[in-house]
Structure formats: C-alpha cells, structure tokens
Design a protein around this ligand. Structure first.
Ligand SMILES: Nc1ncnc2c1ncn2[C@@H]1O[C@H](COP(=O)(O)OP(=O)(O)OP(=O)(O)O)[C@@H](O)[C@H]1O
Ligand SMILES: [Mg+2]
Length: 402
C-alpha cells in the first residue's frame, strides 16, 4: 500500500463527527474511498467537555471508515472550527540587501513567516498564515514575487488563530482514539475548496457555514482570503427556539424544523396547521404553521444581520458581488436562501460539494462541505508537496550529474 497517496480528513462537529478517506489520483484529482459519520458526544460549544466521549465518537467514525476501505487509519488532517477561531490581517517583510536582487522562494517563505510575529490574542496559536499580496519596494499588489527584482519584500497576510488549549484538547481526543494529527486546517478554508469557484473568489464571495453550534464565515476577494470570523449561533438555536416557542420536545422541534415548515415567504397568504405532541402526556395540539415559520424566520433574520455586521466591521460589505454561499446543515432551512438575498442584498445559494471523484450521492449535501473540502485540501497539498520534492530531487540529481 502506498501510504503517500491516501488522505484522511476528520471533522469533529458539534452534532456529527465525520471521517473521509480519499486518494490522490494525479493531476490534482482526488477520489473519495470512504465517508463515515457518527453522532458527536462530549463537545460543548466547540470545546471538549468530556474527552472520553469525544474520543469514542471519533473512534466510531474511524472504525466505520476503516471497514469501508479495509485498512487501518493512523493519521489524519483535523478540521478546526467553532466560535473561538479568530482571524485578522497582519504584515510581514524583510530586507533583501543593499543592492536590488532576485526574490527567491526562500525570501517569500521568510517574509510570510515573519508575519507570525504579529501580536496574537492571549493564549492563541497560529493555524494559518494566508498571503494576500506582496510589496516589492514601492510596488504593491504583487501576487507572486519570485524572480522579480527589488531591495525589500513585504507581505500582507490573513492570520487565523485558535486558542492553543482548544486545539490541544481536540488533538488529545483524536490521539485517544488511536489516530495522530498530521495537520490542522480551518474548516471554512477547507469547505471553500469544494464549493467556491475560482471566479467567485476573484470577484468577491463569502462562504457561510451554518453548523449545529456555530456559524463560521470566510471572505475571498481578488482571489485571496480577506476575512474569517465566527458567530455563536447555529442550527440548534433554531430548534431550541421552536421547542420553547411552541412547547414541544427538542426531537419533535428538530423534526418540524426539517420537514414540516415552509418559511413565511412561502406561506404567503396561505396557512395550515400542524399537529404537535406536547411535553409530558398532554393531548397533541395543533399549531398554525405560520407561528412556527415566524419563530424560525426571527432566528434566521438575527443570524443574517450578524453576518452583515461582521462584514461591515471588516469593511467588506461592498466587496462581495458574487454573494453568499451557504453550507453546513443549517443551510438546508427552507426559505433561508431567499431571506439571505433580501437581508444581505446580494445573490445567495446553497453550496453543494464537488470536485472530489467517487462521492456517494447522499454526500453531495451542504453539511459535508467541510469534510469533503478537507480531503481536497489535503490531497492538493500532498500533490504540491510531492511536486516540490520531485523538483528538489531533480535539482539535486542535476547538481551531481553536472
Ligand atoms: N433540513 C434541515 N433544515 C434545517 N436545519 C437542518 C436541516 N438538516 C440539518 N439541519 C441542522 O443542521 C445542523 C447540523 O449541521 P452540521 O452537520 O453542519 O453541524 P456540525 O458540523 O455538526 O456542527 P458545527 O459545525 O457547529 O460544529 C443542526 O442544527 C440541524 O438541525
Ligand atoms: Mg461543521
């Protein structure tokens, strides 16, 4: 078995834990070999509250995936998400010497690396340093400075950080499940891999991942990451509102949310009633669908306004003509896309994962964007790495032969 060809992604979401196994098949292509999910237990608001429970959720998903592929899984790329992730823009740079000279790959690496020295939030560690654009002397807006000539190289980056303990506890749970973490990847960054087109990223687009516990967003413009943020509202808040509002158990509220209700937009002038069981053993009641729709609409409106504010705060409210791509299970809420278009005054669509060969049909759903993106992200990173290793060894061979 050629291990270098395999990529394993792990997403410990607040409602479900998923594992994907994929293989790189050349030319930047990646094929899905297995996708498994298990219910997540022991995680609260994106933080490990019970290590053993989280580890056993991971173990369950991993064993399912191992059964599908027929070989053991020993390492993975772990997706990071949740409300504690923080992103901000920073700057790095270095002098190239007194006389102008060619910029090398190593210069670029050092310039980008120096941006890590930015002041981080207390207890945070850097997950990603994403270059946005380079300056060479007085010229800015350079995407790839390698081979260009100058005296000083600067770079604007987007830094993504996470509280160190949060990552450590999650990694500890993965280790306890018998798997090593090879790398940590921000989930919206991974999801973007499989739902956003290059055109959208150039034009300006925001991916919004509405999970069970939190909503995360990432903004691209001019082909680079401009902003990342998290909002502490997810699909479960909709369910809770409903359970409280119409006095019904959580499981029933969840079912109604998913299956029964049309949004107020779709209800229009019409109305109908839905039968709901009550908490305890009282008789079932009938509730107007409009009442249910209004409760869900109010929460959706709140979430969308928070998304808009986040973009305004980052100065990006007018920077996203390609609009909003909604992923995560919460993106399935009826009428949400229409409401997003209205509230955010931009086009919106549900993002369905693509670009990975061999995906089972039921995996082409918004709640799998993060895990499928992890496989694509990992597969592509692996191929770039392979490519660099090949050119490096070719160069070495050239040296010896020359
Ligand atoms: N048809 C549907 N309509 C509305 N909401 C739905 C539907 N299907 C799933 N959801 C909601 O999606 C949420 C789960 O989404 P997802 O699987 O993306 O979350 P997660 O990745 O486990 O959580 P997080 O990303 O917050 O850690 C739940 O709140 C669920 O109620
Ligand atoms: Mg998620």
């Amino acid at each position: 078995m050629n291990k270098a060809r395999y990529v394993v992604g792990l997403d410990v979401g607040s409602s479900k834990t998923s594992v994907i196994v994929a293989e790189t098949i050349g030319e930047g292509d990646v094929r899905c070999l297995a996708l498994a999910t298990a219910e997540t237990k022991g995680l609260r608001k994106g933080q490990v509250s019970n290590l053993d429970q989280v580890a056993s959720s991971i173990r369950q998903a991993v064993e399912d995936a191992e059964g599908q592929v027929g070989f053991p899984i020993d390492s993975c790329i772990l997706g990071m998400g949740g409300g504690y992730i923080a992103g901000f823009n920073a700057r790095g740079g270095l002098g190239l010497g007194n006389r102008p000279r060619d910029v090398t790959r190593e210069d670029v690496r050092r310039a980008v690396h120096s941006a890590r020295q930015a002041r981080l939030p207390e207890g945070a560690e850097v997950l990603h340093v994403l270059p946005q654009g380079f300056w060479l002397d007085a010229q800015n807006g350079i995407r790839d400075p390698i081979g260009m000539v100058g005296r000083r190289l600067d770079v604007n980056v987007h830094l993504v950080t996470s509280p160190a303990v949060l990552a450590q506890n999650l990694v500890a749970a993965v280790n306890r499940a018998g798997v090593v973490v090879a790398d940590l990847v921000l989930e919206p960054l991974a999801a973007a891999e499989c739902v956003l087109s290059q055109d959208e990223r150039e034009l300006g687009v925001s991916l919004v991942d509405i999970g069970a516990g939190t909503t995360e967003l990432i903004v691209y413009a001019a082909g680079v990451v401009r902003h990342t943020a998290a909002i502490a509202i997810g699909g479960d808040h909709f369910t809770n509102d409903l359970a409280v509002g119409i006095r019904t158990p959580i499981t029933e509220a969840e079912r109604i949310k998913r299956e029964e209700v049309w949004s107020t937009v779709e209800l229009g002038e019409h109305d109908r009633s839905i039968e709901i069981p009550c908490v305890g053993d009282r008789q079932p009641r009938s509730v107007p669908a409009r009442e249910v729709a209004e409760i869900l609409d109010a929460r959706a409106q709140e979430l969308l306004v928070l998304v808009r504010r986040e973009l305004e705060r980052a100065g990006l409210a007018t920077a996203i003509p390609a609009g909003f791509v909604l992923v995560g299970g919460g993106a399935r809420l009826e009428g949400l896309v229409e409401m997003a278009e209205k509230t955010l005054d931009a086009p919106a669509r549900v993002g369905r994962p693509r670009g990975l060969a061999g995906l089972p049909e039921d995996a082409v759903a918004p709640e799998f964007a993060a895990i499928i993106g992890l496989a694509l992200y990992g597969g592509r990173a692996q191929q770039v790495f392979e490519e660099q290793r090949r050119t490096f060894s070719a160069r070495l061979k050239g040296l010896f032969l020359g």
